[in-house]
Design a protein around this ligand. Structure first.
Ligand code: 6GU
Length: 246
């Protein structure tokens, strides 16, 4: 997979060089670039933003430096047969990014992230970009960040860990929260007693059937408590009779 990030604060994306994502780059599973649209600004002050037409607070990113930055990463489009890249536009006004969307993006060959700052990027840039790429405005959730960079760190981590070979043990992907529609069960390790607290005895029983049942009950109870919206969205066909008793 190839990921290009467009940002006027490229230092913000340094953490992408660390840890598992950094290793995916070193291992050749991921090609990653960060491009600063300011490099394509032509005036003496390298201006990338301006005041909004119609008035209002804040600044809007000018379309031209962003268009040139995008063109620079699209370059000579490798091959006509390849599917068009996806341009992810992090924005609190986007569709909410979910594990399902992470899986969709992980199946792509080429992602470009355009991190607007301030009030966003001139809408004409997005309309124009739609001719070359599939534009996908995505939000991390219902709160406001100063810009898309932190969202790109989160989305890139969620997506790249799904690329085959990036995670050592693919089984860890199967069990985690948000894949089966329920949150994960609580986990414990040694010692069996710690500061007057015991590990639930079922987990010490060695009885695989009982352990699986206990974990399932914990998942249902925890999800009902923390995320009632997820319980309502469950497919009833995935629930067995023992589940319904919880
Ligand atoms: Cl993707 N961007 C910004 N600026 N704020 C956000 C967000 C994204 N997701 C939630 N809040």
């Amino acid at each position: 997979m190839r990921i290009d990030v467009l940002s006027i604060f490229p230092e913000y994306l340094e953490p992408l060089r660390l840890s598992l994502i950094g290793k995916a780059v070193t291992d050749g599973l991921l090609q990653l670039t960060v491009t600063d649209p300011r490099a394509f600004a032509t005036d003496r002050h390298r201006t990338v933003d301006d005041t909004p037409y119609g008035g209002g607070a804040g600044m809007v990113m000018k379309p031209e430096p962003w268009a040139q930055a995008l063109e620079s990463v699209l370059g000579a489009q490798d091959d006509a047969a390849a599917s068009r890249p996806v341009l992810v536009v992090p924005s609190p006004a986007g569709e909410v990014f979910t594990q399902e969307i992470a899986y969709e993006l992980a199946a792509e060959e080429h992602l470009v992230f355009a991190c607007g700052r301030y009030e966003g990027i001139d809408e004409r840039f997005l309309e124009w970009a739609g001719r070359e790429v599939r534009v996908r405005p995505l939000s991390l959730g219902d709160y406001v960040l100063n810009g898309g960079e932190v969202a790109v760190l989160a989305m890139t981590e969620a997506v790249t860990r799904l690329i085959p070979g990036v995670i050592g043990n693919p089984e860890s992907l199967a069990e985690e929260s948000h894949t089966g529609g329920l949150l994960e069960y609580p986990v414990y390790t040694k010692p069996a007693a710690w500061r007057e607290r015991e590990v639930p005895e079922t987990l010490l029983s060695g009885h695989h059937g009982r352990i699986a049942r206990w974990r399932r009950v914990q998942q249902l109870a925890r999800t009902a408590r923390r995320r009632p919206d997820m319980v309502l969205a469950l497919d009833p066909a995935t629930l067995d009779r023992a589940d319904l008793a919880v």
